[in-house]
Design a protein around this ligand. Sequence first.
Ligand code: FPP
Length: 235
Amino acid sequence: MTDRLQGLSIPEHIAIILDGNGRWAAKHNVPRAQGHRAGCETLEGIVEDCARLGVKYLTVYAFSTENWKRSSEEVGALMQLFRFYMVKLIDIAMKNDIRVKMIGDLSRFDPDIRAGVEKLIEKTSDNEGMTFAFAVNYGGRDELRRAVMSMAQDGTDLMNLTEKDISDHLDTGGMPDPDLLIRTSGELRISNFLLWQIAYSEIYVTDTLWPDFHRTELEDALIAYNRRSRRFGGR
Ligand code: FPP
């Protein structure tokens, strides 16, 4: 731990909306796909940083249910990157005792991608350090829709529904709610991410574009988080 974080509390669960790969590419006058590649490299570093800092859960919004609307060229480039990144992630996870989990509806991905995901989850399932939840084809509304369907299907008593029933049926079931939600590149919106789970999360928005978000920027977010007074609606 560096001096800047001495004595500070580390959030149990950090969620990140990684945004700004396209703007980073435009700023550097390179194709958008290169911005996503740079974003992937940044993600590798942040995953390791969080694991070393003792974060227990890291959830990252990598591909939304709305991202399919991008050009076929960009979606294709993202899928290629996803294929490549999943393999790399096995090494990173094994080196850092990270268990990988996917949230979102995986049924829309090509069979080879789904097989890669299964392998990644299976290989890292016994790791006990940090849980890294990777949100792909994820949308908060879609997740709630699927949770309601699964409750109807498994006989949950819908007339006596509890908040815990809902939490348990979400893709994040079993994970605590995020303490800190970070959004890069300055947009002040939630973009359909973890709608139920972020009810009391502290929100930190930085103008830094995702590919430029490194250890120092993570520390800035953690320092800001430690200045917040969390009351969960109480006084
Ligand atoms: C947001 O930047 C980023 C994405 C839509 C995807 C980024 C995902 C990764 C780098 C991780 C790899 C994972 C997969 C599934 C490929 P943006 O393109 O919205 O940036 P902009 O708002 O500046 O255009």
